[in-house]
Design a protein. Structure first.
Length: 354
């Protein structure tokens, strides 16, 4: 039986996930990359988009919905932009490869934009930011699923849009900025988790099919399903709807592989962009300016005298990453149960807690 608590070394979890992915036929170099990205999500505290996704990835690979090996195809290319077809390869490998390509190009051109269509699922977008930041660059990653309808437009009560996440990372003196957010009030992963655990949200982040606000995730699974509210909810959800439409324009629209084409299966379209501050006012000036603002935010007066001071996007995630690399990664009982089931099925040994 698996252990129901404890901390796990990141390297051990990467090794286990790599072996599991290889065991269902995924090539070794792709498997290792996917494992690293999933564990990076857990290191950063995004546990709905870490190893919690591994069982679904394994099942998808076994079912033939995820390509096991191969490479992308270049469909269109200019000096500072390109379109790739991902051939339903693992999203983590495609984004990692695409960002490496875009970083090299941006250091020459000043900026580079890449659209990738027909990828498999992409995991948590914050997991890709560190290599970009470490090179002193500005990175943007957007993802949308053209087969998914889970978010209502502002003023509506039927699901129309995807949750449409995006992530932004850039260097700053005093601590890098790492933003990862959905253009909806919550994620599908959190809806599914709370539904399994028979828990409700703390806020009215959902809307039922009759247009009533709800905290109950089961409205998404009703015969006539409700929806997640756009970012801003019932008061200013027009902003979230506009942001969500923009993400879909840059992912589905630019790739030419969106809702109009009616793709099937587990598919993501990706837009990523990298900018080199050295091509503008200079990398040092950029980091000083962004760092100055970050420090002003950290030093601003808390709204609650007893509360924590304001923090910059990414402060908590980076602190968690450092602590979890040193002390181990906590995994919930539900995540461990899913890993254990696949370990038994594939004849693998579960990592031991530390």
């Amino acid at each position: 039986m698996f252990e129901q608590s404890g901390l796990y070394e990141a390297d051990a979890l990467v090794g286990f996930a790599s072996k599991a992915l290889e065991a269902v036929g995924i090539s070794a170099h792709i498997a290792r990359n996917v494992a690293q990205i999933l564990v990076e999500g857990d290191l950063l505290g995004h546990d709905t988009h870490g190893l919690a996704l591994l069982p679904a990835y394994l099942a998808s690979a076994k079912a033939g919905d995820m390509a096991l090996d191969g490479s992308y195809k270049v469909l269109n290319e200019r000096p500072a932009a390109a379109l790739w077809d991902g051939g339903r390869l693992a999203g983590p490998w495609l984004i990692t490869t695409g960002l490496q390509f875009a970083m090299d190009k941006a250091e020459y051109c000043g900026c580079y934009s890449l659209s990738i269509r027909n990828a498999h699922h992409t995991a948590g977008l914050v997991s890709y930011l560190k290599p970009v930041i470490d090179r002193g660059l500005f990175g943007l990653v957007m993802v949308s699923d053209p087969t998914e309808r889970s978010v209502a437009p502002f003023g509506g009560c039927q699901p129309v849009l995807s949750t449409n996440p995006f992530a932004i990372g850039y260097p700053a003196a005093g601590g890098a900025v790492m933003l990862d957010m959905s253009t909806a009030e919550t994620t599908n992963g959190m809806v599914n988790r709370l539904h399994r655990e028979k828990r409700s949200f703390d806020h009215d982040w959902l809307i039922d099919a009759d247009g009533k606000p709800s905290r109950d995730p089961s409205v998404r699974f009703a015969p006539e399903p409700g929806a997640i509210m756009p970012l801003g909810g019932f008061s200013s959800g027009h902003k979230g709807t506009g942001l969500g439409m923009t993400v879909e324009a840059l992912t589905h629209g630019l790739s030419g592989y969106g809702r109009k084409r009616q793709p099937t299966g587990w598919v993501n379209n990706i837009f990523l962009q990298v900018l080199d501050p050295a091509a503008f006012g200079g990398g040092e000036s950029f980091a000083l300016e962004t760092g100055f603002l970050g420090e002003a935010i950290r030093q601003s007066k808390p709204a609650d005298d007893q509360g924590a001071p304001p923090r910059v996007a990414g402060d908590r995630a980076q602190a968690l990453r450092e602590a979890r690399l040193a002390q181990g990664i906590p995994l919930s009982e539900s995540i461990l149960a899913g890993l254990y089931e696949w370990a038994i099925s594939l004849g693998l040994v579960m990592p031991e807690s530390i």
